[in-house]
Write a protein that binds this ligand. Structure first.
Ligand code: GLU
Length: 426
């Protein structure tokens, strides 16, 4: 494709993770038999914005950070996607994540496009005051391209409801209008939806329960390993434990804990709030992240970052259900290795879509200033995700392709159809 050739020399853009998003797209699009010129139009991001963010740090020094907002596609609706604060953020990473948001919205059949933002920084080493200044400056910088009908950020790795509150406030102060619909994942007091906090993890648990039925695996007593103990990992583990599963190992970026008889999740979470070092938790053995990924279990949940299972460790994965709570945790080479095994893979754009689905509900509620009950939210979310799961499963059986390719085909096709019927302007 020209698009690849045109951009290959830009090292910040053309990162391995972006290459991965492109290759996945190429594989799926071949099966859809879309004309080459349309494929290039669909994969090309609508708009990428890069901003410099000068911040006065607490020690009085000035520091300049770099931020991005990529709007990949808006054929189905305004851009939608998280905002990530992490030292590894690059234009390529944000573009890959924005591209996956487009397919995720398409697969869920919700009226939203795909976008993503990020700032290269280490939020764990910054004070609340510095993070507030950074967030407000970023909001001011990307102000012209965001808004309820344009592009709606949400939390992602390294950001939370407080971050969203600062964005909403900065945006509203600048426009002079109270604008709830500019972000989702807000605190409840500011129009945050009930259920949004736990939505991604709950959705991951639902898709696992759905997959377990397909392979006749009883959840009662099923063994679970969770990589990543942020918002997604914690709620996934909590809901799976509630469904009767046994969480035998959990890790975060500092290391992990293991107990073959099960680990109580709420006390572990409580512990992690006070001491990020999980391995001080009583009645557990210490385990490295590498070892954890090769533990024999029924369900392996990837809820950390991208590129965790690669050609180096994929052959050691020993589970029945492989659930991608994170975006892009599996490299292309690892995908091939996993396909050879008897593993039910739930791809990221299906598995972790609970977050964006409830974000969609929050956006709707915000624009109507009318709020729904938690039960309603859970029920509607389950329905949307179940439909997408069944559609993906059916296509994967029909076309004899993996769940990832099937999910991508559905998402891409929906976006392509919308683009074709809208046509070109001018
Ligand atoms: N960051 C989440 C994701 O990757 C949520 C996005 C949203 O709620 O808009 O799906």
């Amino acid at each position: 494709m020209n698009f690849e050739a045109d951009h290959r020399d830009n090292p910040e853009y053309f990162t391995p993770i972006y290459q991965m998003a492109l290759t996945q797209f190429n594989q799926a699009v071949k099966l859809l038999q879309l004309p080459e010129d349309c494929a290039e139009w669909i994969i090309s991001p609508d708009r990428c914005m890069m901003v410099s963010l000068p911040i006065r740090m607490d020690d009085g020094k000035l520091r300049t950070f770099y931020g991005y907002r990529v709007q990949h596609n808006s054929a189905l609706g305004p851009g939608k996607g998280g905002l990530r604060y992490h030292p590894s953020v690059t234009l390529g990473e944000v573009t890959a994540l924005a591209t996956w948001m487009t397919w995720k919205g398409g697969l869920m059949n919700i009226p939203l496009g795909g976008a993503k933002g990020g700032i290269r920084c280490n939020p764990k080493e910054m004070s609340k005051n510095e993070l507030e200044n950074l967030t407000r400056r970023y909001t001011a910088a990307i102000f012209p391209i965001i808004g309820p009908g344009k592009d709606v950020p949400a939390p992602d790795v390294g950001t939370d409801s407080q971050t969203m509150a600062w964005i909403m406030d900065t945006y509203s102060m600048q426009t002079g209008f109270h604008t709830m619909g500019v972000v989702t994942g807000k605190p409840e007091i500011m129009g945050g939806s009930l259920g949004r906090m736990e939505a991604t993890g709950l959705g991951v648990a639902h898709t696992i329960a759905h997959a377990a039925k397909k392979i006749n695996l009883p959840l009662e007593g099923a063994t679970v390993v969770v990589q990543g103990f942020g918002n997604v990992g914690y709620y996934t583990a909590k809901f799976l434990q509630g469904m009767g599963a046994k969480i035998i190992a959990v890790s975060n970026s500092l290391g992990g804990v293991h107990n073959k008889n099960g680990i109580p999740i709420d006390p572990l979470h409580q512990h992690a709030q006070e001491d990020r070092q999980l391995d001080n938790f009583p009645d557990t053995e210490k385990i490295t992240n590498a070892k954890l990924l090769s533990l024999k279990c029924d369900i392996l949940v990837l809820a950390a970052l991208e590129n965790q299972v690669t050609e180096k460790n994929a052959s050691k994965v020993n589970c029945k259900i492989y659930a991608e709570g994170a975006n892009g945790p599996t490299s292309l080479e690892a995908d091939k290795i996993l396909e050879e095994k008897d593993i039910f893979l739930i791809p990221d754009i299906l598995c972790n879509s609970g977050g964006v689905v409830v974000s969609y509900f929050e956006w709707v509620q915000g624009m109507q200033s009318f709020f729904w009950e938690t039960d309603d939210i859970y029920k509607r979310m389950e329905k949307i995700m179940n439909n997408a799961f069944e559609e993906t499963y059916t296509l994967s059986q029909q076309e004899k392709v993996g769940m990832r390719t099937a999910g991508l085909m559905i998402g891409i096709k929906r976006v392509a159809d919308a683009m074709m019927v809208r046509g070109l302007y001018p």
